[in-house]
Each structure stands twice: as C-alpha cells, then as structure tokens.
Write a protein that binds this ligand. Sequence first.
Ligand code: NAD
Length: 465
Amino acid sequence: MHPKNSEIIMENINTIIAGQQQFFNTNSTKNISFRKTQLKLLLDTIRKNEKILTDAAWLDLRKSSFETYSTELGLIYGEIKEAIKKVKRWAKPKKVRTNIPNLPGSSFVYPEPYGNALVIGAWNYPYLLTLGPVIGAMAAGNTIILKPSEIAPACSAVLTKILNDAFDAKYLRVIEGGVPVVQDLLSRKFDYIFFTGSTRVGKIVYKAAAEHLTPVSLELGGKSPCIVDKDAALKVAAKRIVWGKFINAGQTCIAPDYLLVHEKVKDKLLNHIKHYITSMYGKNPRKSPDFLRIANHSNFERLESLIIADKIYFGGETAGKELYIAPTILDNITWQDKVMEDEIFGPILPVLTFDDFFEAINDLKKRPKPLALYYFGTNKGRQKMILNEVSFGGGTINDTIMHISNPALPFGGVGNSGIGNYHSIHGFNTFSHHKSVMKRATWIDIPIKYPPYNLDKLDLIKKVL
Ligand code: NAD
C-alpha cells in the first residue's frame, strides 16, 4: 500500500474509533428500541440491495443466486427478525437464586454490551460471516467496526457501500483492506474482537488481543471428518456428502474435509457419490451454473498440487484461467499423503477406510479437534460413542452441514478450530458481558463475617457454608 494511503486510512480509523467510543458512552446503544431500529435498518438495507449483493457474489465466486440466498441472505434475514423479536427478552436482567448466607438479598445477571467491537469476516460466505456476527453485536448493544475479507473484493465493496451509506459511522462502520489494515486494527484497543478465518491467522489475532486483554471469538477451520459406517443408508449418505462437500466448491469451513468409510461399503458408496456428482452438476461441472470457482490463484495452485494423478477416482480436471477445479474424489489415501496435512478448503474429497470402528475413533481422538464431524450410520451405540468420545465444534448425524442452519444450536469450534460460538441468542451472549450484581438489605447485618474472629464464629461459618 502507498504510504500516503495507509496514513489516510489510519487517520480515518483513529477518528472512527474515537467517534464510536464517544457514541457508546452516550448509552444510546443500550436502549432496546435503538437496537431494534438499527436491526430493522440492517434488514431493509440488505433487502433493498439484494440484487447487487447477489451479483457481487457471482462476480467474486461465481456463486448462484440460489446459493447466495439459501446459504447467506435467507439465514441473515431469519437471524435479524429473530433478534428484533427477542432482543428485549435477551437483554433483560435475569434474577437468580440467592444463597442462604446472603439473605436477605437478591441476585441478578445483567447482560451489558462490551463497547466497541471489531468483526473480521471471511470471504467464502462473504455476507453470512460478516453480517452474522454483526447481528449479535448489534443486538447486544455494541458499536461495530466490520472488516470484510479482501479476497472477495466485489462483495467487500458492496457491503462497504450499502452499510456505510445507511449507518452512522459512530455506530457501524465498514473498513475495507487487506493484511496491513487488519494488522493496524489489531494494534488498537477494542472491547471485543470476533474473527473468522484460518487457525494460522487466528493465533495472530489472539496474540494481538492479549496485549489489551480483549476478549475474542475465533471462528477457525480444520479437517472435519465424515465417517460412513457399514450400516449407513448409503444412497442418501452419498447424496448428502456430495451436497455438503461441493456446495461453494468445497470452500466451506464445515465441509466434510475427508471421507472415512468402512471398507466393506466403500465401493458402493463411491459409486453412489459418482452418480450424485453427475446428477447435481452434470457430465461437465465446468458448464454448470451451480458449481463455483476457486476464490483466487494462490488457493487454486494450492488445491491443484493436492491432486495426485494416480489416486484420482473421479474428476481431477482443472482450468487455471477460470480458477476451475472439478469435483474430485481421491481414493486409496493415507495420512501420509499431502492432501491430509492441512484443511483442504476446496472441491477435493480424499477417501480413507477403516475396518475397526474403535481403532478409527481412537485415531480421531489423537488429531486436532475439528470444527465439524459427520457420522453416517444407524447404530445408536456407535453414534453415542462418537458423541461421547470425540471432541469437535458441532456436527450432524446422517447428514452434512445442516447443524449450522438451526439457530438454536450455538455455532463455533473447539481447540484448534476456535474459541466461542454465536447465532441467535448465542451471538447476543457472545457480545455481552454478563455482569453479576447482588443487592443486599440494610435492616439487618449479621456480624459473623467481621473480625475479631473466634472459634464460635468459625463453627458457625462451617455450618452455614
Ligand atoms: P485467513 O485467515 O487467511 O484470512 C482471514 C483474514 O485475516 C483476512 O481478512 C486477512 O486480511 C487477514 N490476514 C491474513 N493474514 C494476516 C496476517 N498475517 N496478519 C493479520 N491479518 C491477516 O482465512 P481465509 O483464507 O480468508 O479463510 C479460510 C479459513 O477460514 C479456513 O481455514 C476456513 O476453515 C476458515 N473459516 C472458518 C469459518 C468458521 O465459521 N469457523 C468460516 C469461514 C472460514
């Protein structure tokens, strides 16, 4: 970046942050009707601009209007409407039990906004992963700076234009930019940071936040396994795996990263998978208007290098000019293959097999905790064992991806795949500090806690506590 430009951006950031801090201190954002009005404004702004938002997603990722609506805008509308309806209830102080030593008295939990929040979004679902956290931050009463990802530049530009036109910069401001802008933002003090992206950058964000003791949410990624057991309903499993893996061309944080299939059913399953790839995307997926492109050249090259010719079971075609990688199945893969080193984040599905379920589970437990896990199988005991023994962010039994679409379920990772969660009330809670308050009566003051202490007081305190 030209030094002059970066200075201008930095000066602007100074002004924006100072303005937001000042505005937060007026207490305006604590007013519930203010929050509702702003959420309605967000809903209207997105609705009014649905067409240009959809066009931008096509431009950046060749994402169809169906997918932009069904996996992004539709979910956002639902979340905003729910927040408008429930924010008053969510924000209400909750009375909790007061224990005997503190009687007479009463106890409450007050949800309060942190203050000035920074939201750093990702490019793969450029609206869901920016506006999703923003909804939680707004409902909780924060002021917000949003930094969309520079890797989806058209989506970033449209979001910036429509939100900055609609909202007062003192309340919500979108700041565009790449790594230097993120680095600059991270050097400043915010009251909350919500980051979506890779585990690598997540660590950078966490370190920067630690300097100011700023609380964070880290929505990261990882290698999410998809296990198919010998008693699975194979046809429906294949259909749901193909959908979950190749939607967004595999650039989905909770996409099944790899298949771990019982060796007895592997051939049948792969046959069905082949069938469903063709039935969903046609004989030549390159021509399908429903199959996306890879976001940029560096991701394309990284993905292309993972396709080993003699392991291709299906697909494998690439076209660098248009960033196309066909839905690809790699067979006979082991943990020693390069494709198993890092999260794939593209339309390549490696297939590993197991014959001993318990060994397979033990193996999974040794690996970093994934963001998602999928298990296809009907045996309740095995389902229970996986849920009990393997730690992962969230998952679906007998389907892929769908757990993200139920707002009642908190969405987030664990360990290497992230910290914290959001969606619906969970997003509200993420962006709220829960302030504990006890209110005591003054008409009585039991003297036991005050010095001078003696053995009688000690006896009594032992009974009371
Ligand atoms: P990324 O971590 O490379 O980039 C995210 C953001 O970090 C970008 O805005 C970028 O400008 C910034 N950044 C990059 N390098 C930086 C540095 N050195 N210092 C400071 N900032 C830096 O991630 P990505 O490629 O945009 O997204 C892919 C990853 O995100 C995958 O791992 C995927 O699983 C994960 N992801 C997770 C979720 C989730 O909800 N958990 C959702 C989408 C994507």
